[in-house]
Write a protein that binds this ligand. Structure first.
Ligand code: ADP
Ligand code: 5GP
Length: 221
């Protein structure tokens, strides 16, 4: 991974880790638990978004919530490492946070969708890409609807987006099934710590294809 050293301080640059996965799979929950289990070991980037805050979300902690006009201004100011549209809203990764933390030797985590992940991989070829999934489509739908934060229409759009995102899963280095939370947190930590390159297996690919087919059936698409 990143063995480049800071010329002034001689310190090692941090690793860049990208976490993606279908909406409702438990990415946010995993990120919170990873930080609680391994305190101080990960710098989690807080993205900018134009979507509305959900109940319980705090500006500056969950996201930096902005208007589309403010977001567009940040694009012009070259503030983002990457930005993308997701079900009608904009999301972007702040460049200063990523650069400052990597330079300080901290491992930086970006929890972002596929398009953004591919842009970041171009810019940071050493980035490790991890895809989170549930064990099946039923669990995904239950978690997404059970969260109770989106309307039926938005849930449908998010599941349709999951069907598209499943096609990009081969771009990732690792797949983690978020079944039992503490086991998934431990696996994620180990995957990040290991220096070995990795490719996803045929069985893991088949799991994603199964989920994709099941979602298509449920959505009649
Ligand atoms: P995402 O950030 O991927 O959209 P969330 O972290 O909001 O997903 O999780 C969606 C729902 O699933 C939440 O209600 C959360 O409590 C629940 N959840 C997350 N991980 C697990 C797990 N391992 N087992 C059971 N429920 C989970
Ligand atoms: P949510 O609205 O559920 O918080 O996020 C929707 C999707 O946007 C998720 O797939 C999440 O990973 C992704 N996302 C969050 N922040 C960013 C970002 O800065 N850039 C990109 N490209 N995607 C993001």
């Amino acid at each position: 991974m990143c063995s480049e050293r800071n010329l002034q301080t001689g310190s090692r640059r941090g690793k860049l880790i990208i976490i993606s996965g279908f909406s409702g799979v438990g990415k946010g929950t995993l990120m919170k638990e990873l930080q609680a289990t391994y305190p101080g070991q990960y710098a989690l980037s807080v993205s900018v978004t134009t979507r509305s805050p959900r109940a319980g979300e705090t500006d500056g902690i969950s996201y930096h919530f902005k208007t589309q006009e403010e977001f567009d201004r940040l694009i012009k100011e070259d503030y983002f490492v990457e930005y993308a549209r997701y079900t009608g809203k904009s999301y972007g990764t702040p460049k200063p946070f990523v650069e400052e933390n990597l330079a300080a030797g901290r491992n930086v985590i970006l929890e972002i969708e596929l398009q953004g992940a591919l842009i970041v991989r171009e810019k940071y070829p050493d980035a490790k890409l991890v895809f989170i999934t549930t064990k099946d489509a039923k669990t995904l739908v239950q978690r997404l609807t059970g969260r109770g934060t989106e309307t039926e229409e938005v849930i449908r759009k998010r599941l349709a987006r999951a069907v598209e995102e499943a096609n990009g899963v081969e771009q990732y280095h690792h797949i983690i099934v978020n079944d039992e939370l503490s086991a998934a947190v431990k696996e994620l930590h180990e995957v990040i710590q290991t220096e070995n390159g990795s490719r996803i297996s045929e069985a893991e690919l088949a799991l994603i294809t199964d989920i994709q087919s099941d979602l298509k059936e449920r959505l009649s698409i």
